[in-house]
Structure formats: structure tokens, C-alpha cells
Design a protein around this ligand. Structure first.
Ligand code: ZN
Ligand code: ZN
Length: 368
């Protein structure tokens, strides 16, 4: 059979042979990646993803065995193409990011910010300002759909003659909006000295994607940030018996008298170990729960369970960090609860409902 005729047969089933790389590509608009042909993976793909009936699946397999006796390579082991080539029409085109300082590429924004923070910023958080000059928005292609157990390999492609998607209308509109907001914040903090405390110059750099999503900057707009930070600081053991001086408010000198008393600190220090006791019990429950139930626990759906079970965090450091955040939250809540209600609400923007107040009081007044 002439190569052209063979191509036409495969094209009927949206398959394409990339001869140089020795890969079999599924060109369906949903796929656009090379298929692994090991064991029955090709047949499963054709059946499950494209509902190709058995007679046709047999025909395809026979055709491939006859015409490509050397077989195909595992896509995960294929060498990525060179950067800068025009996009390959049979592979999907992904909107991704490439690091300016190393060959790292990803299609995931979170992975990019994590990479920049860990590898290039010594673990500092990646604010919009710090990030912006450290990556390029690019179009990427890859042989694989998802690399198994290894880093997905991408190469940068040229689309409509361009290597960068910086002028992508959606991305640039988003970027413009972020810049405009930042400018607005700068001018507001200059023009409104009374808000200086809530929004000092470091806050501008503080506007990362997390802030945009949570809108905490709006919720706690006029709250005192130094006060919020102090309220959330876990008492240190060595200073267990010292009183905590809360940051003062320049507009209201009497508020500088706010003091979180020694006694408060002692109580909070006594409450926090309870977090470990409770979470230890939860962990024990999880360890004794059956596999099936844990699969259900991880599922988002009412009528099917997740293929893998719910798992506790693996690393001891992550476990400590999660617990610490929870303890910080409790410290914050109990300290805020002890502030005089008028000053507390005015400077922290926190308001407890009646039920919450009753529950907090019960814990606070409990005689151990
Ligand atoms: Zn496919
Ligand atoms: Zn990098």
C-alpha cells in the first residue's frame, strides 16, 4: 500500500503517524497527543475516548502491525522538539508559561508561581510585582497528554508567526486591570493619609492572585493590618508570661492602651495543644477507615466514588504547617474575642454572632 493510502486510512480514525519521532498521534480535537501503544492502551483509547467499534479497532491494529512493523515509541520517552518551530498542526496548542531564568515550562499558573518562589526567590511569596518580569507567556506543545511519574516535557512553538502570547487579548486585559488597580491603590494610599496604617506601601506588593480571589483587601480595607498580624501571632513559649502590647493607633491614642493581658496569653497557650489532640484523633479515625469509604470521602459526586482514597498529608513538615495555621487561626479568634467589642470591631472588622460569642465564652471560661 502506498504511504498516502495508508495515511488516508488512519486519518479516517483521526490517527496520524509522525515518522521522524516514531509516534502515533490521535489528532481528534479533544486529544492532540501521542498515544502509548503498549499493552492494550491503543485499543482502550479508541474504545473509551472515541467509541470506535470492535471491527474497526481490529482493522486499525492489523493495519498498524502490517505497515509499521517496527512499532511506535513510548511518547513519554520521545525527545521534545526544538523551541521556536511553527506549531505542529496535529498536536494540541497549550497556553503556557516559560521561566526567564531556566528551561522550566508549565501550563499551570500555580506551578509557575511555586517554581519562581522556590527556585528563584528563596521561598519568598510571589507577588504580581515580583513575578511579572520572571516569565514569558508562550504557546507550548508536548507529545504527551500527561507525563506519568516524570515532568511533562514541552517545547515553545510559533503561532501565527509569534513566539509570545503577550498580546493575547484576554491575558492583556487581565494584566491591564491588575496594573490599573495597583495604580489606584498607590494613588489612594498617597491621597488618603488616614488609611496609611491599613494600606502601607508594602501592601501594594502584597496584591497577588490569592488576594484577588479572597478579596481580603476589600473586607479588611480599613482594619489595622499590624493589629491583625499581632492578634494571629502564636504565643512563644519563652515569653509565655509576658503581656502582649498590641500596636497603637495614631488617630486614637487611647487605643494604644490595648493590651492582651498575661492571663489571656496563658489561656491561649493552654488551649492550643487541644488542636493536636483533636487532629490526632481525626488522623486515627482516618487510619482505621476502610478503603472504600475513603474513596467516597474524596469524591465530589453523589453517585460515584473517587478512584483513589483520601490521604493524609505525607510530609511531617506539611503536617506541622497545616496545624500551625489552624493554631494561628484559633489564637486570632480568641485574642479578637477578648478585645473590647467597640474597639475590636472598629479596628479588626471582625464581628462575632451571638452563637459564636456564647461558644467562645464557654471555652474561655471553662475551668480546666
Ligand atoms: Zn483520541
Ligand atoms: Zn526557573
Amino acid at each position: 500500500m502506498a504511504p498516502r493510502a495508508s495515511e488516508a486510512i488512519l486519518a479516517q480514525f483521526q490517527l496520524y503517524v509522525e515518522n521522524k519521532a516514531q509516534l502515533l498521534i490521535c489528532t481528534s480535537p479533544d486529544c492532540g497527543y501521542a498515544l502509548s501503544v503498549a499493552r492494550s492502551q491503543l485499543t482502550s483509547h479508541l474504545r473509551e475516548k472515541h467509541q470506535i467499534p470492535e471491527t474497526n479497532r481490529r482493522l486499525i491494529t492489523r493495519h498498524l502491525t502490517q505497515h509499521y512493523p517496527e512499532g511506535f515509541r513510548d511518547p513519554a520517552e520521545a525527545t521534545p522538539l526544538e523551541d521556536g518551530l511553527p506549531a505542529c498542526p496535529v498536536l494540541r496548542i497549550l497556553k503556557g508559561y516559560s521561566c526567564c531564568a531556566c528551561p522550566y515550562r508549565t501550563v499551570n499558573w500555580q506551578c509557575l508561581t511555586r517554581h519562581v518562589s522556590h527556585v528563584h526567590l528563596d521561598g519568598q511569596s510571589t507577588t504580581q510585582g515580583r513575578l511579572e518580569s520572571r516569565f514569558h507567556r508562550v504557546y507550548l506543545q508536548s507529545w504527551t497528554y500527561k507525563a506519568r511519574g516524570s515532568e511533562q516535557q514541552y517545547w515553545i512553538v510559533r503561532l501565527n508567526g509569534k513566539l509570545s502570547r503577550e498580546d493575547d487579548p484576554i491575558a492583556s486585559a487581565h494584566l491591564r486591570a491588575v496594573h490599573e488597580r495597583e495604580l489606584q491603590c498607590v494613588s489612594q494610599s498617597i491621597n488618603a493619609p488616614k488609611r496609611q496604617e491599613a494600606l502601607d506601601s508594602s501592601d501594594i506588593a502584597f496584591y497577588g492572585p490569592w488576594m484577588e480571589r479572597t478579596k481580603w483587601n476589600t473586607t479588611y480595607d480599613v482594619a489595622s493590618r499590624p493589629l491583625l498580624q499581632t492578634l494571629a501571632s502564636i504565643p512563644k513559649h519563652q515569653s509565655r508570661l509576658e503581656a502582649l502590647q498590641l500596636p497603637s493607633n495614631s488617630e486614637n491614642p487611647t487605643a494604644s492602651m490595648l493590651i492582651s493581658a498575661k492571663d489571656h496569653k496563658r489561656k491561649i497557650t493552654a488551649i492550643l495543644p487541644v488542636v493536636d489532640i483533636i487532629l490526632d484523633q481525626y488522623e486515627e479515625t482516618i487510619q482505621q477507615t476502610g478503603y472504600r469509604l475513603l474513596q467516597w470521602l474524596r469524591s465530589n459526586s453523589l453517585d460515584s466514588c473517587y478512584p483513589r482514597p483520601f490521604k493524609l498529608v505525607g510530609r511531617a513538615a506539611s503536617r506541622r504547617r497545616y496545624r500551625r495555621t489552624f493554631k494561628q487561626f484559633l489564637t486570632f479568634i480568641f485574642r479578637s474575642f477578648q478585645l473590647p467589642s467597640t474597639i475590636g470591631h472598629e479596628r479588626t472588622r471582625l464581628h462575632f454572632t451571638e452563637a459564636q460569642t456564647a461558644a467562645l465564652r464557654e471555652v474561655w471560661d471553662h475551668k480546666a
